[in-house]
Design a binder for this molecule. Structure first.
Ligand SMILES: [Fe+2]
Length: 338
């Protein structure tokens, strides 16, 4: 893999105050920098993961993908230039702004600014979450995943797969056309959603404990318009999550229990059972597509489709006196979900 993970994300916003409140009190991130027009939020042992620029806009400003070796930046830059893409060599000033050793930047076919960097600064002190959560699941998996909307679907798939080296995880066509790609054991680091407009659909961040999601769901519902997709569980990456509309006017998926895949032996396929096993009422979709999504969940329920949960070592204990129906595990295995 040329790229190894999503390292940082830059957003645009109208109000930094809104992002401070949302980022700390709901998501549980830590403010590490607050300027007149910029905000940096920390999630783990890295200096920061999320930066917000209050330029009056909204949506995505840049995505930062990490590489393991400085040389990879040169190799990738040369490859992009051979294909006619303009590659900006990151100046020392820009590298210092991003707290990385080196970077390049370019624009994808949908117009998103993509940065590829090496050597992100680590923090020297302990992460102090904005509310008392167990912490975020990052490390080799990176900070989460991002799903982009694109009106240049085929070009984007070719760009990310053939030029940047993303590997297809799986895809579905109903209720919407979307392809998922991985860089590491996280099932997907990137999703490309065919859509009339180019932009960002959601950013997913994952916490270590299920209860962190449940408590966030309670907090989110204190604000009547915040939840954009109800609590539910995805079929392909097994993530149990809900979505809120963030102050940059797209969605944040707040999840737990993402599966770990083996990138070297993974075989991509079409997911026909739908995007969600249960829940995830898509309040952002038009009624006909919401109904299609609901029909798929009702079918999964009528077939008793179940997928074992993915837990982290030390975050569970086995209950006594239980008998897990092996036929449902066999069925989930047969369908390729575990
Ligand atoms: Fe997601």
């Amino acid at each position: 893999m040329m790229l190894k993970a999503l390292g940082y994300v830059g957003l645009r916003a109208k109000s930094l105050d809104d992002w401070v409140a949302y980022g700390t009190r709901l998501l549980g991130m830590q403010v590490v920098e607050r300027g007149a027009s910029n905000l940096a939020l920390r999630m783990d042992d890295r200096r920061h993961r999320l930066v917000v620029n209050a330029d009056g806009g909204e949506g995505l400003q840049f995505l930062g993908f990490e590489v393991s070796e400085p040389r990879t930046i040169e190799v990738l830059g040369a490859r992009l230039e051979r294909q006619g893409f303009r590659v900006e060599r990151g100046s020392r000033t820009l590298a210092d702004q991003r707290y990385v050793e080196d970077l390049i930047a370019f624009t994808d076919p949908s117009g998103n600014r993509i940065e590829v960097f090496y050597g992100q600064d680590a923090a020297v002190d302990m992460f102090e979450p904005g509310r008392p959560i167990s912490g975020f699941r990052t490390g080799q998996l990176g900070m989460g995943h991002v799903v982009l909307t694109t009106s240049h679907f085929e070009e984007m798939v070719t760009f990310y797969r053939d030029l940047l080296g993303f590997h297809l995880s799986d895809y579905f066509t109903k209720p919407i056309q979307i392809h998922f790609f991985h860089l590491n054991p996280r099932h997907h680091t990137l999703g490309l959603l065919q859509w009339p407009t180019d932009g960002v659909h959601h950013l997913m961040i994952e916490v270590n404990y299920l209860d962190d999601v449940g408590q966030a769901y309670d907090i989110a519902q204190l604000n009547t318009d915040l939840v954009a997709q109800t609590l539910g569980r995805h079929i392909n990456d097994h993530v149990l999550s809900f979505y809120t509309r963030n102050p940059s006017n797209f969605m944040t998926e707040y999840g737990w229990g993402g599966r770990s895949i083996e990138p070297d032996s993974w075989t991509p396929r079409e997911v026909i059972e739908g995007p969600s096993l249960w829940g995830h009422e898509r309040l952002w979709l038009p009624p006909d597509q919401r109904a299609l999504s609901r029909d798929l969940r009702m079918k999964a329920a009528s077939e008793g489709l179940r997928i074992p949960i993915d837990v982290q070592e030390g975050a569970y204990k086995v209950a006594a006196g239980t008998c897990v129906p092996q036929d449902s595990i066999a069925e989930a295995t047969r369908r390729g979900y575990i």
